[in-house]
Ligand binder design. Structure first.
Ligand SMILES: *[C@@H]1O[C@H](CO)[C@@H](O)[C@H](O)[C@H]1NC(C)=O
Ligand SMILES: *[C@@H]1O[C@H](CO)[C@@H](O)[C@H](O)[C@H]1NC(C)=O
Ligand SMILES: *[C@@H]1O[C@H](CO)[C@@H](O)[C@H](O)[C@H]1NC(C)=O
Length: 421
């Protein structure tokens, strides 16, 4: 990934250097050559004048070093990656009245459970924040540009319900640029539900699909061996990628997540244990198992996915804001947190980053853990489809997942060599 970034950096700086040179001597030199001067005095007057102008030009460049600060859009030359120090994931949230970017009630693919306003949330300040990386801006979302760039492509999200949220967010963002809403449909006529394994939304006017595959662990469930202890009700084969993974291969943009299901409450307490090489591994911890599963994922990526065609992303752990460890109590705030006190850390995110770092093929980590850590104001809370159970894991739509997509789009479309052109 580093080498790719460097390539795009060089691509941007080269024309800049050339332009910088043109502003100096060469222009004056070539013009001078063609001029005919009838008198020596005239030459001195014009020469002094040119020197004065040159000095003024340098002074101007010194005092006003660049164009006025503005948020770039995708096709202006000064894109996010042209600032070498820019890390999209180190920054802060700033108020921005241009948000939100869509109305979930007008998007048929935003599920009711995430539409906090429709479920009775009264304060709407949480909708008006933009993520501002420390050393650059995320290019402003330009729906028509993105729709064109996605033409003919296949975008595939794989993971848990937080992946489904990002999938819905992307569809809603893109639908703001489509006038005929009926031209966007689920290819099998399926409705969004929590258990469904595959959903594919087709943007027929642009011939692309945005798909979601539910695979909360990314690896395959297995059977229970005969002599397994009684507490084992189901198993996960940590060394076998999910059997629907063959359907992910032929995509252009492939975005993974996993993390929230790797906890004792969703595994051991429900009778789920791990297998490796056909043998039960009862002692393995949830994070140890996650590490093994990601190694399986990594070798699948290296051996099965053509990363010349497919841009692969892995989103890190999405911060949650429970007030107790048992995930039964939480309070959604009105304002983002100003201090995150270590919430930007997650063992799952560390594992993801380490595994991706070690890959022999390019994969981009969408490290959303720190940015989410601030947003204790943006969870669905009790404004969900099940208000009796508070929820400080999922996010309201519109909201934080929109920013994940804006970052994803800027990764995709501010690179030059990407196959998406
Ligand atoms: C969103 O759309 C619905 C339905 O068209 C409308 O009633 C509501 O006022 C809109 N909300 C906002 C915040 O614009
Ligand atoms: C991907 O591109 C590289 C460099 O152009 C090439 O060496 C490699 O064989 C390609 N891989 C596949 C699977 O096409
Ligand atoms: C990185 O890859 C090497 C070689 O494939 C392997 O030996 C090592 O265990 C890997 N490290 C991690 C952290 O995955």
């Amino acid at each position: 990934m580093v080498s790719r970034l460097n390539q795009s950096l060089l691509g941007y700086f080269k024309p800049c250097y050339k332009r910088g040179g043109n502003l100096g001597h060469p222009i004056i030199g070539s013009h001078c050559k063609n001029w005919v001067f009838h008198s020596f005095n005239g030459l001195i007057v014009i020469g002094s004048f040119l020197c004065f102008m040159l000095a003024m030009a340098y002074w101007h460049m010194y005092v006003f070093p660049g164009p006025p600060a503005a948020i770039p859009i995708y096709d202006v030359p000064e894109r996010a990656h042209s600032k070498s120090e820019c890390n999209f994931f180190v920054g802060k949230w700033i108020r921005d009245e241009n948000y939100p970017l869509y109305n979930a009630s007008e998007c048929p693919f935003a599920e009711r459970g995430f539409n906090c306003l429709a479920n009775g949330r009264k304060d709407n300040g949480y909708l008006k924040w933009r993520w501002k990386p420390e050393n650059c801006d995320i290019p402003r979302f330009n729906v028509h540009d993105v729709l064109e760039k996605l033409r003919g492509k296949r975008v595939v999200f794989v993971g848990d319900s937080l992946s489904r949220t990002q999938w819905e967010s992307m569809i809603c963002l893109l639908m703001t640029g489509v006038e005929d809403k009926k031209s966007v449909y689920e290819v099998n006529g399926n409705k969004i539900s929590k258990q469904i394994r595959h959903l594919s939304i087709r943007f027929s006017l642009f011939s692309f699909t945005v798909e979601f595959y539910r695979s909360v662990f990314l690896v395959q469930p297995g059977s229970v061996p005969k002599r397994a202890p009684k507490r084992v009700k189901a198993t996960l084969k940590l060394d076998m990628l999910d059997d629907i993974s063959k359907e992910w291969i032929d995509s252009d943009i492939l975005i993974f997540n996993s993390g929230h299901w790797w906890n004792p409450g969703k595994l051991f307490e429900m009778g789920w244990y791990f297998q490796v090489g056909g043998k039960m591994k009862l002692g393995i911890s949830t994070t140890g198992a996650f590490k093994t599963a990601l190694a399986t994922w990594a070798s699948w990526i290296e051996n099965m996915v053509n990363t010349n065609k497919t841009e692969v992303f892995f989103r890190t752990f999405e911060s949650s804001h429970w007030s107790s460890r048992t995930q039964q109590k939480c309070k959604v705030t009105r304002q983002p947190l100003s201090k995150i006190n270590g919430k930007e850390q997650s063992p799952f995110s560390d594992i993801i980053q380490n595994v991706v770092k070690n890959l022999s093929v390019p994969v981009t980590v969408l490290h959303v853990t720190p940015m989410g850590a601030f947003r204790s104001d943006a969870h669905v809370g009790t404004w969900s489809d099940n208000p009796s159970v508070p929820d400080c894991s999922h996010w309201c739509l519109p909201g934080v997942p929109d920013m994940w997509n804006e970052i994803l789009f800027s990764y995709l479309f501010s690179k030059e060599k990407i196959s998406l052109q």
